[in-house]
Design a protein around this ligand. Sequence first.
Ligand code: ADP
Ligand code: MG
Length: 256
Amino acid sequence: MKTVSIINLKGGVAKTLSTISMAHILAEKHGKRVLVVDNDKQGNTSKLFGVHSYERKSIADLMIDRNADMAEVIQHTIYPRIDVIAANMNLLTANLRVMMDSSRPQQTRLRAALRKVAAQYDYCLIDNAPDINISTINALVASNEAIIPVKIDRYAFDGLNELKSQIEITREELNPTLHLAGCLITCFQRDAGEEEGEKWLRENLGCPVYKTHIRYSGKVVGSSFEGKPIVEYSKTCGASRDYISFVDEYLGTQEV
Ligand SMILES: Nc1ncnc2c1ncn2[C@@H]1O[C@H](COP(=O)(O)OP(=O)(O)O)[C@@H](O)[C@H]1O
Ligand SMILES: [Mg+2]
């Protein structure tokens, strides 16, 4: 199982849309078995996959309880090859409890849990909250790769250095397998300003940037109201075509 963190300290850069789209395309087009981990208490990824709940176990249980039963924490979806570890607001108190409980390591809990199911999946995609906290550190410790979605605007660089150094520290101290796979430009709108902006970002981000960018598409709002991944809602809109190309590009960079 390859584990990928979709991460950025900024909100609204399409972390969640990118995680959902990538999971859906890997599973439905490429036949991969995908475990999606919702690591954001807002639970948007869980909601889209129809598994947001306070009755069933979630990532919060996994962070607190070393013996949490993975079969209870992992939820199946309508997609045969996509399972989800859901998140809800309980993650807020779970994080505080993890911080107060030094009786066992605090940063390796997600990794320890995911290792138990590694043989069952080809990919694990972790959708993160716009933060560096004990949850996101657990995600980086559990990951082989980080993908950073970035939206073209003046503030695109905010938090990027902090994130890059967090990745570096995690790699050096806790997880030598972790590397920054690349930045993914999202919400691209074709006009002169954006093209300039994209060029500027590619030159200045200081890390690899995927060739494919993701176009802005009005269909994305409709897909979220319908509760469907964008490629299922509108296969031919710009964002869908681009996410399909991005996954092809991403798979092309994977060693076999
Ligand atoms: N390619 C796109 N086209 C149109 N809207 C988009 C696109 N990507 C993201 N959005 C919208 O931007 C907002 C933020 O996206 P989201 O994936 O929730 O970001 P994050 O998880 O980084 O906060 C959402 O309302 C989403 O529908
Ligand atoms: Mg999100």
